[in-house]
Design a protein around this ligand. Structure first.
Ligand SMILES: Nc1ncnc2c1ncn2[C@@H]1O[C@H](COP(=O)(O)OP(=O)(O)O)[C@@H](O)[C@H]1O
Ligand SMILES: [Mg+2]
Length: 212
């Protein structure tokens, strides 16, 4: 579903992705690991068409994520490392994603509930005033409700307490069939049950790529 062919990305003289070549197929759940600055987030952003590679090509189900951005993003659920500064309140945000991305509101409420996020008593609260953990839970609920064939999480658990992390991993486990799950993490132990492939990056290169 994701094909990355000889992709290089530079910022000035700094090389963040150095001739990356790899492919992610249906039913693969990948832990993407590596030290800070290894290039993990750059790779994820390139897959979603936020960054333009200097060289090489990325195809998502045969489509170029830069030229066919909207079509590609339809297939992807993504939760970033840091929640974006959204000014809408929760009610407006749910309304917005349900219309723009055709996500079922009842699914969002269901997954929020499973993540122990009380949506109903916070409907009029602005997203950016929520605690870090609440923001992350809501973004996770939306990502699961979207029912995408590609799910990408970039270190999404930093603000979650251990119980919330367990709830999240359980929900992912229930949802990963027939999909690609790309999970950037420093906590391999926690995602061991979820993943079947483990990739380490360093200095913009893939240094190990192991199927488990
Ligand atoms: N928008 C950007 N502008 C300049 N440099 C960037 C940008 N994004 C990433 N980099 C650089 O690319 C390298 C890899 O960063 P990143 O992909 O965020 O690493 P990781 O997610 O593995 O910690 C770092 O040296 C970082 O400074
Ligand atoms: Mg990162």
């Amino acid at each position: 579903m994701i094909k990355i062919t000889n992709v290089t990305k530079r910022f000035g003289s700094n090389i963040s992705l150095d001739n990356i070549r790899c492919e992610f197929k249906k039913n693969e759940s990948i832990a993407l690991m590596g030290a800070n600055g290894a290039g993990k987030t750059t790779l994820v952003r390139s897959i979603m068409g936020y960054y333009h590679p200097n060289d090489g090509e990325i195809l998502i189900n045969g489509l170029n994520p830069i030229k066919n951005r909207l079509d590609v993003l339809k297939h992807i659920s993504f939760v970033p490392q840091l929640p974006p500064p959204i000014k809408l309140n929760i009610k407006e945000l749910i309304e917005y994603v349900s219309v723009s991305a055709k996500i079922d509101k009842d699914f969002i409420k269901y997954y929020a509930d499973e993540m122990k996020l009380d949506i109903n008593s916070n409907l009029n609260k602005s997203f950016f005033k929520l605690s870090g953990g609440m923001k992350q839970k809501l973004l996770i609920a939306i990502s699961l409700a979207k029912k995408s064939s590609i799910m990408i999480y970039d270190e999404p658990t930093a603000n979650l307490d251990p119980k919330a992390r367990d709830d999240f991993y359980r929900l992912l486990k229930e949802n990963e069939d027939n999909k690609v799950l790309l999970f950037v993490t420093h906590r391999l132990e926690e995602v061991k049950e979820l993943i079947n492939r483990q990739i380490y990056m360093d200095l913009g290169k893939i240094v190990t790529d192991e199927r488990l």
